[in-house]
Design a protein around this ligand. Structure first.
Ligand code: T4K
Length: 369
């Protein structure tokens, strides 16, 4: 039987005709970008939805990370994780900052706070952890270290849309948090991103930085960049926001189905529940262990052969890419937990429209080894 390929994710798209009124509005306004009406509406709506006070929209998550570092005037060395998408560390290189890789915790695969202190030097100015797969970092432990050593904390929260801990949004921790609204994310604006700011003054600085440094027609206060989100993307975001709770609920259903279907497959370990935090089910990572009859790569290839395109997020480790591998902190013996996870991880397809019968078929393929 000829089946359509199943990708690791697929964007949730609202009905096309529901987008027409937004397009008509843009045509009528004739404001296409530079902080237009939809841009303003979306900033406000996202603050309300996420439970944060100040948020600056961006054209993508990577430029938001680059700008967040600029906004806090971070220099020197920054402690970060090797177990992430390459944009995390690239944002440091774009600012002339040296990344210092620290190993991850085996349970969450987030930066291990117990290993951070040993990597701090007189040049260290900040920590950039990632809430990997939307699972919260140990924010309290990280903040204690940052306070002790007077370091900034910038969370790469690209995966953590809508995630909350016991007292509110996970995005309110640290000095700044950065979201991605890329097509593959839980909430998408085709391309997009945002910085969550603690106060209006920081947001204003970030708003200047994303608009070339312009404060008014004749005043430029910093060598800013063009990081603005267009009206089309912002309008699409307004529409997407209407369906995001339903989309996350559907993802939760798929997550539960996988866990049930895979629960006693030897050597297959779906990564843990979200602990005390709410989860957004942005990814469904499994770790393939020695008890499984095939290697992770053999399973990945066999699924692909059957039209199921899982992804090995995050393999290779960032520290293994050529621009990082010469750093002393990139040595494999410095990063044993991250290295082991990168060799064993496979993210299975998860997205709102994925049918339960496809989840069953994927689980059956995994069980069939
Ligand atoms: N920090 C972290 C921790 C991140 O994970 C990311 C991005 C960033 C920062 C940077 O944020 P952005 O600058 O991207 O806003 C994808 C995404 O491009 C990237 O946004 C994401 N992380 C990363 C984890 O995954 P690829 O190269 O794996 O994507 P791609 O194009 O292979 O897409 C995966 C699958 O999704 C495809 O096989 C099919 C499906 N797909 C994809 C697109 C783009 C669709 O069905 N429709 C689409 O439009 O990087």
């Amino acid at each position: 039987m000829n089946r359509k390929p199943i990708y690791v994710t697929q964007p949730q798209l609202p009905a096309l005709e529901d987008f027409y009124p937004y397009l008509e509005q843009i045509w009528e306004n004739k404001i296409l970008t530079n902080g237009g009406p939809f841009h303003q509406q979306l900033e406000k709506a996202l603050c309300e939805y996420l439970g944060v006070e100040h948020l600056a929209l961006f054209s993508n998550g990577t430029l938001a990370l680059v700008t967040a570092l600029q906004a806090l005037r971070v220099t020197g060395e920054v402690i970060t994780t090797p177990y992430s998408f390459v944009a995390t560390a690239h944002s440091l290189l774009w600012n002339g900052i040296k990344p210092v890789f620290v190993d991850v915790d085996p349970y969450t695969l987030n930066l291990d706070p117990q290993k951070i202190e040993a990597a701090i030097t007189p040049q260290t100015t900040a920590i950039m952890p990632v809430h990997c797969y939307g699972r919260p970092c140990d924010v309290a432990a990280i903040q204690r270290i940052a306070d002790n050593y007077n370091l900034k904390v910038i969370y790469d929260a690209a995966h953590a849309f809508g995630v909350r801990d016991a007292s509110g949004s996970i995005l309110r921790h640290g000095d700044l948090s950065v979201l991605s609204f890329h097509a593959t994310k839980v909430f998408n604006t085709f391309e997009g991103g945002a910085i969550i700011c603690p106060d209006a003054k920081t947001k204003q600085r970030i708003d200047h930085l994303k608009n070339f440094g312009f404060v008014d027609e004749v005043t430029v206060v910093a060598p800013g960049i063009n990081g603005k989100m267009s009206e089309i993307n912002a309008a699409f975001g307004m529409l997407q926001l209407r369906g995001v709770d339903e989309a996350i609920a559907r993802r939760a259903e798929i997550d539960r189905a996988y866990r049930e279907l895979l629960k006693d497959v030897p050597g297959i370990a779906p990564m843990g529940e979200g602990g005390e935090a709410s989860a957004n089910h942005s990814y469904f990572p499994i770790l393939v262990g020695e008890d499984y009859p095939e290697s992770r790569d053999a399973l990945y290839a066999r699924l692909k052969e059957a039209g199921v395109h899982g992804r090995r997020y995050f393999y290779p480790l960032i520290s293994d890419f050529p621009m990082y591998r010469g750093l002393p902190s990139a040595r494999r013996d410095n990063l044993p937990v991250a290295g082991d996870a990168a060799a064993r991880v496979l993210c299975l397809p998860i997205y709102p429209q994925l049918a339960l019968e496809d989840v069953e078929r994927i689980a059956a393929l995994i069980r069939a080894a």
